[in-house]
Design a protein around this ligand. Structure first.
Ligand SMILES: Nc1ncnc2c1ncn2[C@@H]1O[C@H](COP(=O)(O)OP(=O)(O)OP(=O)(O)O)[C@@H](O)[C@H]1O
Ligand SMILES: [Mg+2]
Length: 441
């Protein structure tokens, strides 16, 4: 089960990764566009600054009386310079510089227009017939910082986007799969006997073929089981009359025969016919038990029915059965006929397979717990687990076909009850016990 993938998980992770990746691509693209636009604005500001300073610088230089060179423009107020500038002549001789300007940042000869060094963006403009050049430098680090801040601002929404997308997708998938989960639970919660079609009309379109396939399978299973049951029931039913006729004829023949040897042979045949007749009766019971109908429309008191069945068995095992009944009624929706078949099989087993020296204890409690208990050899757990299968028998000297517990179990399961088989019986070292609660339905 552990390596099974969850649709919810894989969709959640896959879609979130996809959204994140697309967002990152979007951020990269818009970052590049923003950087380009910012560069244009910065360049235009740089150019504008140079154009503004140039006439002032030229006037300042031309007005110098003593022709002094390399003057530093005084700072009116102490401040860090963000844009620095140099004014030079064509040969590169310094005429004026802003108070923070570092001449090493600029090239050896002045240039017009935009140029880049490893640390600065420089714009140069000339005046007075290209004899005076002004160059303004702006550190590139500032532009990088601006681009980085813009990129980070664009990335910020991802911290919200990832959890929100994971949660949103998880919620949407859960919502869309709710009908599928309902469908799965409706299949899971049905009992083994319920083969009616499952309702798939509420399912999302993609899952409809599954519902159709499940219903087709259920229908085929239902048909196959129905065919098997009706075949068993019909054959058992058809066998009854010829078996009864053959038994009657054999019994008549026995009275007419004088030879003891022949009489013994005929008794053997009679015994075989009798067990065949019992087998066909059990097959019929099994077919009925498996065909459903273990639940009746109204509640019935099962106490008198149990008392009657036990008294029927008295002649078979005089004095061996001890019966404990509750004072009050025990009512149940279990069909009285099905209850009778179930109890008969359990008591018959206890008499047949239990120790002859020990009693068969049949008890019903006021809460509906029915117990049939007998002494006898222990049955190993691995065999005990298989006894309710058809034709399964454990070590026993008694005759039988191995159908009794299968019939009892089919009735119990069909009515929604659980039959517990135990060896040793509760409160004993040995023996066998069958227990079920008939009032739970
Ligand atoms: N009360 C019991 N005590 C001891 N063993 C039992 C008891 N009930 C059932 N068994 C064991 O379980 C086996 C299956 O029982 P089941 O009633 O299905 O078949 P059966 O009694 O052998 O034959 P059938 O009931 O068809 O005549 C039996 O053969 C027997 O070995
Ligand atoms: Mg039996």
């Amino acid at each position: 089960m552990t390596n099974k993938t969850s649709l919810q998980k894989s969709l959640g992770i896959g879609l979130t990764l996809g959204v994140t990746l697309l967002w990152l691509l979007g951020v990269t693209a818009s970052g590049l566009v923003a950087q380009h636009e910012m560069n244009e604005v910065f360049d235009s500001a740089l150019e504008e600054t140079a154009q503004r300073i140039l006439p002032l610088a030229v006037t300042d230089i031309l007005n110098r009386e003593n022709g002094a060179r390399n003057q530093r423009a005084p700072a009116l107020k102490d401040h860090d310079e963000y844009l620095t500038y140099l004014v030079r002549d064509r040969q590169g001789n310094l005429l004026l510089q802003s108070h923070d300007a570092d001449p090493r940042v600029f090239g050896p000869l002045p240039q017009e227009g935009f140029s880049n060094t490893s640390t600065h963006r420089i714009y140069g403009a000339s005046a007075v017939s290209e004899t005076i050049y002004l160059e303004v430098a702006e550190p590139l680090a500032h532009r990088r910082e601006a681009a980085l801040e813009a990129g980070l601002a664009l990335l910020m929404p991802l911290t919200f986007l990832i959890p929100v997308s994971l949660l949103g997708i998880w919620w949407i998938v859960r919502l869309s799969l709710r009908k599928v989960v309902d469908f799965q639970q409706s299949i899971e919660s049905r009992g083994a006997g319920d083969l009616s079609p499952v309702a798939g009309d509420q399912l999302p379109r993609e899952f409809e073929p599954i519902a159709l396939a499940v219903n087709r399978l259920l229908e085929r299973l239902h048909r196959a089981l129905e065919t098997e049951r009706s075949f068993t029931a019909n054959s058992a039913h058809e066998l009854r009359t010829p078996l009864a006729t053959a038994l009657a004829k054999i019994q008549r023949l026995k009275t007419r025969i004088q030879s003891d040897q022949l009489k013994a042979d005929i008794a053997d045949i009679e015994e075989s016919l009798r067990s065949l007749s019992v087998l066909s009766g059990k097959l019929l019971e099994l077919a009925k038990a498996e065909g459903g109908g273990a639940i009746s429309q109204s509640r019935h008191d099962l106490v008198p029915i149990l008392a009657m069945i036990v008294s029927d068995f008295e002649s078979q095992a005089p004095g061996r059965i001890t019966l404990t009944l509750p004072e009050s009624e025990v009512t149940s929706f279990l069909d009285p006929d099905a209850f009778a078949i179930l109890v008969r099989n359990l008591i018959e087993n206890a008499i047949k397979h239990g120790s002859r020296e020990q009693p068969v204890e049949v008890s019903m409690a006021a809460d509906g717990t029915l117990r049939v208990r007998n002494g006898g050899n222990l049955i190993p757990p691995d065999q005990l687990a298989l006894l309710r299968n058809r034709f399964a028998r454990s070590k026993t000297h008694a005759t039988g076909s191995g159908l009794g517990l299968a019939i009892a179990d089919a009735i119990a399961t069909g009515a929604g009850m659980t039959m517990h088989l135990r060896s040793p019986a509760t409160g004993r070292q040995d023996g066998f016990e069958a227990e079920l609660n008939v009032a739970c339905i």
